[in-house]
Design a protein around this ligand. Structure first.
Ligand code: ATR
Length: 271
């Protein structure tokens, strides 16, 4: 039994997870006698790990690839965000129960609120991509009250399925440039623009100059899309903040202090 409240990130592989840096920074900043560790858990061992961790003094966990969907079947209680998104990234071990939450949609919106406080919630948002990250972001944008969330994906059927499930609108990838004129928020959730990947080749000419452009890619921090948007005067928000903000609710519930996302944390995670 550990003497401190302990949380972990569970994944396979797990070496590249930034979560330990984020949570250890906050434990140190707020002088909390807790611990945060990383555990490589193979899919076959996930159920046994979740069974054992609460008894070993763990108060909860983050879950990452490949466990975000599998963990839903192992939880005793699923909170509404995780239910709606269909995956969990945060677990609370409380009163002998495993409670599953998803904080990615919250993290996306909180990042915009912190870095572009007056971002426009009155015009439609256009989300590029329809993978796991897009699910949480579309959900977050709908929860934030935007009048319409439009999804464009290379594979239209995936955009359509996601749109039908969450109450959004799907468009063909080739219709993106025609749609840009109507949007107040443009989000890239595809892997395009990531180091080592091709650029997102998009003509921004029709995008309103007061639209916000954001990318969930954070390596590089300023993707070619963000650089082009900034150079024509659009407000941009990089993707690192979503990663940092999604960690806030877990830390708050495990350790009893709501942490701040500050500049020092950004530096710590980028080191
Ligand atoms: P994540 O969980 O990070 O969202 P993912 O589920 O693998 O990752 O989704 C990756 C997204 O990037 C998908 O929307 C994918 O489009 P497809 O559904 O058509 O595969 C998109 N993507 C990847 N490479 C792309 C490319 N070259 N052009 C356009 N979209 C691309």
């Amino acid at each position: 039994m550990t003497s401190f409240p302990t949380a972990a990130v569970l994944g396979d592989p797990i070496g590249h997870s930034k979560s330990p840096r984020i949570h250890r920074y906050w434990l140190d900043k707020y002088s909390i006698s807790g611990e945060y560790t990383r555990l490589q858990i193979a899919p076959d061992n996930l159920a046994r790990a979740l069974d054992a961790l609460p008894d070993l003094g763990f108060v909860g966990a983050n879950v990452t690839i490949p466990h975000k969907v599998a963990v839903m079947d192992l939880a005793d209680e699923i909170l509404p965000n995780a239910q709606a998104i269909g995956a969990a990234n945060t677990l609370y071990f409380e009163g002998g129960k495993i409670i599953a939450d998803n904080t990615d949609g919250y993290g996306f919106i909180a990042n915009l609120d912190q870095n572009a406080p007056n971002w426009d919630k009155t015009r439609p948002a256009l989300v590029l991509g329809a993978g796991g990250a897009a699910r949480a972001i579309v959900y977050g944008l709908i929860q934030a009250g935007l009048p319409q969330v439009i999804i464009a994906n290379r594979t239209l059927s995936k955009a359509q399925a996601l749109a039908d499930e969450l109450g959004a609108t799907a468009i063909d990838w080739s219709d993106i440039e025609d749609t840009l004129a109507d949007v107040g928020v443009l989000v890239n959730t595809t892997s395009l623009g990531m180091s080592g990947q091709p650029e997102l080749d998009l003509d921004l000419t029709t995008l309103p100059f007061d639209a916000l452009v954001t990318d969930i890619v954070y390596a590089p921090l300023i993707t070619p899309l963000l650089a082009r948007a900034k150079s024509r005067g659009n407000t941009i928000v990089d993707g690192l903040g979503m990663l940092l903000h999604q960690a806030v609710p877990g830390f708050a519930r495990w350790f009893g202090t709501t942490p701040q996302v500050d500049e020092f944390l950004r530096h710590e995670v980028l080191k």
